[in-house]
Design a protein around this ligand. Structure first.
Ligand code: ADP
Ligand code: MG
Length: 691
């Protein structure tokens, strides 16, 4: 296999553009990509023609504007290149206008009240900063999605805006250190966790098919306690899947780099090489789609849900985040010289301030019904946002705050930012804290709260904007300073002191941390609606308006959509559970108990002991009685869901989720005592330990 040749072969990338476009057009497209300058219509026509020719030469017949509506998945509406010319001949055509703008019927996408249903028109606008690619014989053009009146209806537009905001402020901050950068990009490496299970087991479970997770299921005799799966040798079937996945991703220019087993049985991870936030987000959306597709081919179902199985780890998506100049300087690399160190400390301080001030937004960006099973469940980060910086950096921060010398053998001098050198920080230290939601890992931060099925755009909008805001405040203060070094020292010390509470190096899973965090005044929003209702808090609205990311209306609509999405997810789970309980689990238990009852009668007729049959029959019958009542209760509660999105979301969390948990407990107890040949669905041992 010739990887370099295959890599990106389905992408209209820089290499293809340079080859196929006239120099001038190529240059103006490049300007558009790097500096966000608009592309004129003539150039767009030329680009469109080149794109079409390239796509047709690769066998494509259709094109689509590929976008990311608020549903979190990607959407596409296919049109063929086919046109009839004025002589009645069929030709393959694609114009600049079609490239730049599309008008899908937008009425079925969630808009949270922004667009009345009768105003169906929405439009998609080409995002030239992410490459077009071919998937399933279709030229996919990454686009942003807006309502006809210009309100944003997607996840890409705010991400692009937040990238501009952080670039603008970071460029200003660099200027303070005498550096001229054109652009600073947020860089993202999204590690993707997933489960692979046998397609046949998947097909036999309504819960997996409808909700992506098992709503019922007693634990298997073996879970992950032996820790033998993590980095363990990979099943040949899975290995074949991974090789195929790599190939498909490489063709699409996605830099799949690492594939390995994860902690839970059947759990795996794929990590790409990082890229700018926009391209990394598009790549991750595509990765999830391709994973599912490739899994099918190998007889698997790929589960991206945050908690497919109770009792073993769920899946997350680690969002590695850093800042990089157009020259490739990583601003989160502490550097070697005092000046670099001072610059690093300014950015670090901005991030610490941002995460503290907007911890609620970060928590909100990862809130979903699925992720509620993960956050705070002793396996993933807690629902409390805090930052891990490691011991070395922590002692640097302490010495700055306390104004005392940094205790180290090489230099006992007082750590004056900008005048002395930071100790060399270990990168990739193996004992780094895995329980922290937001951890510094040497030259980047790793945000570990996002759920495996999430679109990472939202998290990065929050992160970029919050950090941009902190940098803005710092630049406003430092730009006018008489003595830059002195002012910088004062600012860093003051801000670190003010936001020290967000730093935590200990065990994030412990009960003590929850109490400690409460004392520190950190937010602990356990469930999705608890977090979501803070989205439109005045300080958050002000932040997004200040950086021109969202209008108040757009935020209100997003809140509405998210609350509603949560309610719907819970209701679908409850309905699926009810159907399984009433039409599969209960009938199976009744069949089992009646077979026991018959055997009791037969045995008594011939005078043989039926004690075991009786005991078991009584147990199964009692559990079935209880389960029937619980199912009815759940059904009744479902019918009582109040009007109003927020009330309904809280009702789901307060009333439906607990009722489901109770019903599940009974069903799982039933499973544990029921003859396997009667049990109507594959069990955890069947699913997790397939061969
Ligand atoms: P692990 O966390 O599994 O030890 P790494 O730390 O090497 O692995 O990388 C994890 C992810 O972080 C990868 O996707 C990698 O590309 C990404 N990454 C590395 N450097 C940066 C950076 N400067 N910005 C964003 N992501 C990065
Ligand atoms: Mg990692």
């Amino acid at each position: 296999m010739n990887v370099p040749e295959m890599f990106g072969s389905m992408v209209f990338n820089d290499h293809v553009m340079r080859e196929m476009l006239p120099k001038k057009v190529y240059q103006s497209l490049k300007n558009t990509m790097v500096e966000g300058k608009a592309l004129d219509e003539d150039a767009a026509d030329i680009v469109a023609t080149a794109m079409k020719e390239w796509a047709v030469s690769k066998g494509a017949t259709h094109f689509t504007h590929w976008f990311q509506p608020m549903t979190g998945i990607t959407a596409e509406k296919h049109d063929s290149f086919l046109t009839v010319d004025k002589n009645g001949c069929v030709i393959m055509d694609f114009s600049g206008k079609e490239l730049i703008k599309g008008e899908p019927d937008a009425s079925s996408f969630p808009s949270g009240g922004l667009r009345a249903t009768f105003e169906a028109r929405g439009y998609t606008a080409w995002d030239p900063t992410s490459y077009a690619f071919i998937k399933d014989d279709t030229l996919c053009i990454p686009t942003a999605f807006c309502s006809y009146t210009g309100q944003i209806l997607d996840k890409k537009t705010p991400l692009l805006r937040s990238m501009d905001a952080i670039s603008h402020e970071a460029v200003r901050a660099l200027r303070l250190f005498g550096k001229e950068a054109k652009r600073v990009n947020a860089t993202i490496g999204a590690e993707q966790e997933y489960f692979l299970i046998d397609k046949e087991d998947f097909a036999k479970r309504l819960d997996l098919k409808l909700t992506g997770r098992t709503l019922l299921g007693a634990p298997a005799a073996k879970g992950q306690e032996m820790e033998d799966h993590y980095f363990g040798s990979i099943r040949p079937r899975v290995k074949a899947f991974m090789a195929d996945l790599d190939e498909e991703l490489w063709k699409l220019g996605i830099t799949a780099k690492t594939e390995h087993n994860e902690v839970a049985p059947c759990q795996h991870e794929m990590a790409p090489i990082f890229d700018n936030a926009n391209k990394a987000t598009d790549a991750n959306q595509l990765t999830m789609e391709i994973m599912k597709k490739v899994a099918e081919r190998h007889g698997f179902a790929c589960l991206l849900h945050e908690k497919p199985f109770e009792g073993i780890n769920g899946s997350g998506k680690h969002n590695n985040w850093a800042l990089s100049t157009d020259d490739g300087e990583n601003l989160l690399d502490p550097g070697r010289t005092p000046k670099d160190n001072a610059q690093f400390l300014l950015f670090l301080t901005a991030i610490i301030k941002a995460v503290d001030d907007y911890q609620d937004l970060l928590r909100i960006s990862v809130a979903s019904a699925g992720n509620d099973h993960r956050l705070g469940a002793n396996e993933a980060p807690p629902a409390i946002v805090s930052i891990f910086v490691g011991d070395e950096l922590d002692s640097v921060i302490s010495s700055i705050i306390d104004g005392r010398p940094l205790d180290r053998s090489t230099s006992a001098s007082r750590l004056d930012i900008g005048t002395s050198v930071l100790p060399k920080l270990a990168r990739d230290n193996s004992d780094r804290n895995r329980t922290s939601p937001f951890a510094f890992t040497g030259n980047k931060f790793e945000f570990r709260m996002p759920g495996s099925s999430f679109n990472i755009a939202c998290t990065n909008v929050m992160l970029n904007t919050a950090v941009a805001d902190a940098l803005k405040a710092f630049c406003d203060e430092l730009e006018g300073a008489d003595d830059f070094n002195a002012s910088l020292n004062t600012l860093i010390r003051r801000e670190l002191k003010a936001h020290r509470r967000i730093l935590f190096n200990g065990n994030g899973y412990s009960r003590e941390w929850e109490e400690e965090a409460e004392r520190r005044g950190l937010a602990n929003y356990r469930r999705t609606p608890d977090a979501l209702i803070h989205y439109c808090d005045e300080k958050n609205v002000a932040l997004f308006i200040r950086h021109r990311i969202y209008t108040r209306e757009e935020m209100e609509s997003r809140l509405e959509i998210s609350l509603d999405e949560y309610r719907k997810a819970i209701h679908i789970e409850a309905a699926a559970m009810l159907e399984m309980l009433r039409r599969q689990i209960l009938p199976a238990s009744l069949r089992f108990s009646s077979s026991l009852a018959s055997s009791i009668r037969l045995k008594e007729e011939i005078g043989v002991s039926a004690n075991a049959d009786k005991a078991l029959c009584a147990k199964v019958s009692a559990l079935a009685d209880a389960l029937l009542l619980k199912a009815d209760e759940l059904d009744e509660r479902l019918g009582k869901s109040p009007e109003g999105t927020q009330d309904a979301a809280f009702f789901a969390a307060d009333e439906i989720v607990p009722a489901m948990e109770e019903a599940r407990k009974i069903s799982d107890s039933l499973e544990a005592v029921t003859d396997k040949s009667f049990w109507p669905i594959p069990t955890y041992s069947d699913i997790l330990f397939y061969v």
